[in-house]
Design a protein around this ligand. Structure first.
Ligand code: AMP
Length: 143
């Protein structure tokens, strides 16, 4: 399957759909998952079109993982998490539902089970609060 420029993340990247953005640089973009598996669940995307691991340019992938590395400790600390899971799905059979490459940064809290993948929408005001807390921590870190 080729890249569909009308996938939902392409629309978010073009500003045609709203999101709770937390970070952006020249090559990457990060925002909160609207069906978080845990508080602070964040998605990190390359700006360049790529369906998944099978077609992404290595430079684009490097930029994304650099952003994952940059954001992960700040999200963990801003959300008061105890650990973090990084996930990335390739193809529908593996659980991919949006076909623009992305990494999931999922904070974990001691004793709190993860919600199921992409099933439980979070209230917009709670997402806005979490995004504001993460953005404030990023700003404090000079980002
Ligand atoms: P994946 O299965 O890895 O393709 O995951 C896609 C993720 O995108 C899921 O965790 C969904 O909850 C999330 N998602 C779907 N639509 C949106 C949206 N409009 N804004 C933010 N996250 C979304």
């Amino acid at each position: 399957m080729g890249y569909d420029p009308n996938n939902i993340f392409a629309k978010i990247l073009r500003g045609e759909m709203p999101c709770h953005k937390i970070y952006e640089d020249q090559e990457t973009f990060a925002f909160l998952d609207i069906m978080p598996r845990a508080k602070g669940h964040t998605l990190v995307l390359p700006k360049k079109p790529a369906v998944n691991m099978f077609d992404v340019h290595p430079d684009s992938l490097c930029a994304v993982i650099r952003t994952v590395r940059l954001l992960t400790p700040i999200i963990k600390s801003a959300m008061g998490a105890d650990g973090v899971v990084i996930q990335q799905y390739n193809e529908a059979a593996a659980g991919q539902t949006v076909f623009h490459l992305h990494f999931h940064i999922i904070p974990r809290y001691q004793g709190v089970p993860l919600k199921h993948h992409g099933t439980t929408p979070q209230q917009d005001e709670i997402l806005a609060q979490n995004a504001a807390a993460i953005r404030a921590a990023l700003e404090k870190a000079g980002l």
